[in-house]
Design a protein around this ligand. Structure first.
Ligand code: ATP
Ligand code: MG
Length: 304
């Protein structure tokens, strides 16, 4: 199977300014890859290099097994730029119809269906659209030709929560149909529910690539249990993965590092009447990368 992205030593300097350094990355068909990093980390630079909007200082990249400069490759990619500038006087619908024609014809019904899903009003002149509505037009043009590979630079920026949910559903559908997505964001929470893997870029370097399901297994989660009668603290002390244990009467609270299995088995000896387990906070793990903490190369550059 040909990789959708195959980057080797991909590097971009803007004069002396580092944009991206030595990026090695492979993304496989059908994968959703979340590309995370703080402001100025190199996300947009990476996207532009993949699209050949800018040329690398050194290194190279192949997209869908070919050079992304070739027009037939570019036509198979959908792109939402990070700095979307839409200033036209024409109505959003006419702008999209123009792009549709330039891309060899796309049924108007497909554009309308996307507009309806994202709740976009296409009857307004482009330059009069609000920021969020411009973003919707940007998303429609990225999705409308059903490209094999979508490069989305901060796609959720400016979208309200309901529209964000709809957008994430669109990303899931792309994956289900075997197509591929690279999407960047500042916040893991925005991408973790749709991404198979996430990469963290910081100061121009990809410092970690992780499988989201593996991350979730490693994540710390808070658990609270209530029993029908007081339980002895000793029954839960020293269990593997159990930390910050607090037992008072019939209530127990702790954090779980990794699998909750040992705790569940210990609790099963008593009668559990109520259980609360919060979603693991993956953000917490990732903040160590952001803050310049321990560098880690997870060794899962390629999905198994
Ligand atoms: N056209 C340019 N000329 C000079 N330096 C640039 C240019 N574009 C980006 N840079 C620099 O390259 C580095 C990476 O920028 P990039 O735009 O790729 O970051 P980003 O991760 O997309 O950030 P943000 O989250 O703010 O969008 C930054 O230090 C930035 O100042
Ligand atoms: Mg950017």
């Amino acid at each position: 199977m040909t990789a959708v992205v195959q980057a080797e030593g991909l590097t971009k300097y803007y004069g002396k300014r580092r944009g991206l350094e030595d990026l090695d990355l492979e993304i496989q068909p059908g994968e959703v890859f979340g590309y995370l990093g703080p402001n100025g980390a190199g996300k947009t630079t990476t996207n532009r290099l993949l699209l050949d909007v800018i040329r690398p200082t050194r290194g190279h990249v192949r997209i869908l097994g070919a050079d992304s400069r070739e027009p037939h490759v570019r036509a198979r990619i959908g792109y939402l730029p990070g700095e979307l500038t839409l200033e036209g006087r024409e109505k959003a619908r006419d702008y999209l119809a123009f792009l549709a024609k330039a891309r060899g014809g796309i049924p108007a019904s497909r554009i309308d269906a996307l507009a309806e899903r994202l709740d976009a009003d296409l009857s307004v002149p482009i330059r009069k659209l609000s920021k969020g509505n411009k973003q919707k037009v940007g998303l429609i043009q990225a999705f409308m030709h059903e490209p094999e590979f979508l490069i989305l630079d901060e796609p959720t920026s400016g979208l309200d929560p309901l529209v964000q949910q709809e957008f994430l559903a669109m990303v899931r559908e792309v994956r289900t149909s075997g197509r591929t997505v690279l999407m960047s964001s500042h916040v893991l929470a925005e991408v973790e529910h749709v991404s198979d893997r996430v990469g963290i870029v910081r100061d121009g370097r990809l410092v970690a690539v992780e499988n989201v399901s593996a991350l979730r297994e490693k994540a710390v989660r808070r658990v609270e249990l209530h029993f029908d009668a007081p339980v002895p603290r000793s029954a839960f002390e020293g269990l593997p993965g159990v930390r910050d244990l607090w037992v008072e009467g019939a209530a127990l609270r702790c954090t779980i590092d990794g699998r909750p299995d040992a705790l569940i088995k210990a609790a099963a000896r008593f009668t559990v009447v109520h259980l609360v387990s919060a979603e693991p906070d993956l953000e917490e793990i990732f903040l160590t990368y952001y803050s310049g903490g321990e560098e880690r190369h997870a060794g899962v550059q390629n999905p198994a």
